[in-house]
Design a protein around this ligand. Sequence first.
Ligand code: ATR
Length: 494
Amino acid sequence: MLCLTLTASTLAENKALVEKNRSWIGAAELRLDHLDEDELKVASAFPSTVDLPLILTYRRASDGGLCTKNEKDRLQTLYEAAKGGWAYVDIEEDVKKSDLKCKDPLFEGRVDLEESLRARNIRIIRSYHDFEGVPEDLFGRVNRLAGKGDIPKVAVTPQSLLDVIMLFQVEEQLAHIKEKIIIGMGQLGIPTRILYKRLGSMLSFVSDNQAAPGHLGPREMSEVYHADRIDRNTHIYGVIGNPVYHTSSPKIHNRGFEAIRYNAVYVPFLVDSVRSFFKLAELLKIRGFSVTIPHKQAVVPYLGKTSREVKQIGSCNTVVRIQGMWKGINTDYYGFLTPIQDRIASGSIKSALVVGSGGASRAIVYALINHGVKVTILNRTVERARKLGDETMSGYDSLENAHLYQGSVDLVVQTTSVGMGELEGTNPIPSFAFTGKEIAYELIYRPEETAFLQAAKRAGCEPVFGKEMLIEQGKLQFEAFCGYHFPHWIPLDL
Ligand code: ATR
């Protein structure tokens, strides 16, 4: 189940958060350390207002929470709040036995917090946090936390993909512990949250406001990834990159899988080492994955088979597992051509200016020259443009000389990152005056209309938006992944 972490400062706001996200979650965790001081006194009443299993947690600052009270006071407050109808109470693994003795006017003397919970059939979640890494004795630690029949919760911070692999081995190593919560925090850990069932974890935490590093929103976890429906038979696909979480491809593929009722999920993997990822891919029996910056060339040596385009371009954006072997293809190549293929076939595009000479540009230059289009490559670093130009027998020049080509090309393709992020609003070839006859093809899809496209449109040119190529190459990937056509009837508002 998905468990919503509640970090509002009042009980009423937390209840409203549960109601807002009700259709996507199966449990919620009330974080006492985010509540106002006077709300703490009435927190025990919260479970009677919410119809979901609830976890009660009072997190110390040293474990990523906000509570700065001394241990005696913190556990006394937790004891008072725990008097309500909670399903679970979280108690950190290193709490001292003596600090668990709490005052209660109903009983003379002190009452042990844990014993009082067990007497009321409230399960204890025994938690361990590591914000710096993953302990070497991870498996032993989970075993020890489960020792007294409690539910072990281990939230650790992978520093590399090898740490992520260790987390995914938990289920195999610790299958005898039926109830456990295993979380990889931070960006590297996001696949462990989406694929929590593959770790044997009983739940995955979500929040509206990234209450912990790497939290996804309940709607995204539920509607994009269907994390609750992932089971032993779910086929895993993904995208590897660094960075990777900005990509829109999970929306394309997961919606496609859902529409054709294919039991599969497409997960973003932040990848620091391609070699490690292939190990993880074996472990998770990944069936195929997309490749984005900066790994498009780095994956090629790991492939057993490569398509003609990959051999020629030296860069691969799609890897599929076929009969136990990794095969690489390049759907950027065909995805780029699709929106303009009629014009190329009819001979109305004879010459093109390609701005940029990075990985994306390589696929495009090859796609164009293979179809008889004469290409000139412009780049900030002229040496890079020269290399690609020599390799493809194309012309090359600097960005500053863009104006020398105005009026003599049918197509201008913009492949650089100039126009997005910090460079939003910037046109990489401001000196180039469009005549209105060129097709202006932009690869950036966010923002939808870049300064480059605006300049072209002002001159009356036909624009091709980055979204078109993104979707076309994604559809081709989808076919390569699962053998079905992409369902044309689903809207793709990326
Ligand atoms: P991709 O695989 O998406 O093409 P890349 O290989 O990093 O990414 O290539 C990025 C392209 O954007 C390159 O052509 C790069 O020019 P350089 O070769 O001179 O680095 C271009 N680029 C990135 N930032 C730029 C900037 N601020 N001004 C001009 N060109 C830029």
